[in-house]
Design a protein around this ligand. Structure first.
Ligand SMILES: CC(=O)N[C@H]1[C@H]([C@H](O)[C@H](O)CO)O[C@](OP(=O)(O)OC[C@H]2O[C@@H](n3ccc(N)nc3=O)[C@H](O)[C@@H]2O)(C(=O)O)C[C@@H]1O
Ligand SMILES: CO[C@@H]1[C@H](O)[C@@H](O)[C@H](O[C@H]2[C@H](O)[C@@H](NC(C)=O)[C@H](OCc3ccccc3)O[C@@H]2CO)O[C@@H]1CO
Length: 393
């Protein structure tokens, strides 16, 4: 209070009484040095002022100045808060700590904005899963063959889509803001104690045959979507998944459609054409199966890894299932966090790459994945804030 009175006096002391109303602000800046006698008294807001209007104007101006001062302070404070938050983001961009027991703040449309930044001009209209209508009535012409498109596999696909579904479940559809976490299979999840935090996301995306049973403390137990291909399908999905988990098949070759059709329609199994034996008996509910739109593979390959569409080599380069899942999440979700991504560096070649088994980088020599290139793509996503990482990178 005292301070306020002082500042009022200070301002009023600088105010020449001769200032006309319209130039008051300018006038006040010119100062009152040398004001004496009555002039000085008026400038200080003297009570015996012959013009009864002046003290009111002075008070008005004082309160205006005070508001201006407060507004400036608030602005400075806001800038400081904004700056410190953005700095904090930069520090944590490679490693994000979820607050236990607290749901992540979710900004509707945020991942979509980030996806546009990353992928440039790309269609939001694409369905997440392939749908029968696109192959039944009007055959959707696809520019590419598998794995980036469905060209040449339409009839096979028609049969598969007739026995599977394509809808995004209402439980996901109805969410105002979708918080998603993509759980990679990396060794970094071991002893991470992230299970509880992972289970809190609306959508938990897992990959291949990554187990949860026995690893709940580190990786959680909720699985909303699991991306897989025949060679990576878990032999006992009921143990690792929830009854409502969507099993999303990523097709790399026509044989993958053959496999899922033979399983679901109980047709004769074909064993040739796979690089690893997939399950021949697979106990799943057909309602849980979806076929991922190859569009996401194209986006990951082209926009994130700059891979050529046509590859004349024996070992064709392709995105890992994890990178594909992040691409999908940026399309499906509003907030995308990741965990368990990142391979050991050259100095730790003998370190396991998985959280659930001992297997080294050597196993990936024929995989057609460029993990260094993928690391750069993920770092870029972390840097622009498109995704946040719950484990280190
Ligand atoms: C031998 C082999 O072919 N291994 C491939 C395996 C294998 O086919 C399945 O595990 C079988 O169940 O699958 C892959 O991947 P994998 O199943 O190992 O891991 C799933 C995804 O997690 C991310 N990851 C994994 C380990 C690690 N140290 N850092 C990571 O970032 C990657 O994004 C990875 O995609 C695959 O599908 O991409 C890629 C691997 O190259
Ligand atoms: C997302 O890719 C999946 C997995 O991560 C890859 O490791 C795997 O790569 C296999 C590749 O697809 C096979 N290629 C063909 C044409 O089937 C390859 O087959 C053996 C081979 C080896 C060397 C040269 C030619 C062929 O085996 C790779 C695994 O070692 O693909 C997965 C998707 O299917």
């Amino acid at each position: 209070m005292e301070e306020a009175d002082e500042s009022r006096e200070e301002i009023s002391a600088q105010m020449p009484s001769s200032c006309p109303n319209r130039v008051r602000r300018k006038c006040s800046l010119s100062g009152t040095a040398g004001l004496t006698g009555r002039e000085g008294q008026v400038a200080r807001g003297s009570r015996d002022d012959s013009s009864p209007q002046e003290p009111w104007h002075l008070r008005n101006m004082i309160s205006k100045s005070r508001w201006k001062l407060l507004a400036t302070l608030a602005l400075v404070l806001a800038v400081m808060v904004w700056y410190s938050i953005s700095r904090e983001d930069r520090y944590t961009e490679l490693f994000y700590f979820p607050i236990p027991g607290k749901k992540e703040p979710c900004l509707q449309g945020e991942a979509e904005r980030m996806a546009s930044k990353l992928f440039g001009n790309y269609s939001r209209e694409q369905p997440v899963f392939l749908q029968l209508k696109d192959y039944f009535w009007v055959k959707t012409p696809s520019a590419y063959e598998l794995p980036y498109g469905t060209k040449g596999s339409e009839d096979l696909l028609l049969r598969v889509l007739a026995i599977t579904s394509y809808s995004v479940p209402e439980s996901i559809q109805s969410l105002k803001c979708r918080r998603c976490v993509v759980v990679g299979n990396g060794h970094r999840l071991r002893n991470s104690s992230l299970g509880e935090a992972i289970n809190k996301y609306d959508v938990v995306i897992r990959l291949n045959s990554a187990p949860v049973a026995g690893y709940e403390r580190d990786v959680g137990s909720k699985t909303t979507l699991r991306l897989f291909y025949p060679e990576s399908a878990h032999f006992n999905p009921k143990v690792e998944d929830n009854p409502d988990t969507l099993l999303v098949m990523v097709a790399f070759k026509a044989m993958d459609f053959h496999w899922i059709e033979s399983i679901l329609s109980d047709k004769k199994r074909v064993q040739k054409g796979f690089w690893k034996q997939p399950p021949l008996i697979w106990d799943v509910n057909p309602k849980q199966i979806r076929i991922l739109n190859p569009f996401f593979m194209e986006i990951a390959a082209d926009k994130l890894l700059s891979l050529p569409i046509q590859q004349p080599y024996k070992i064709k380069q392709k995105p890992t299932t994890g990178l594909l899942a992040i691409t999908l999440a940026l399309h499906l979700c509003d907030l995308v966090h990741i965990a368990g991504f990142g391979y050991p560096d050259a100095h730790h070649k003998r370190q396991s790459i998985h959280y659930y088994e001992y297997i080294t980088l050597k196993s990936m020599v024929w995989s057609g994945h460029n993990v260094s290139q993928e690391a750069l793509a993920i770092k870029r996503m972390l840097e622009i804030g498109a995704v946040k990482n719950l484990t280190y990178f």
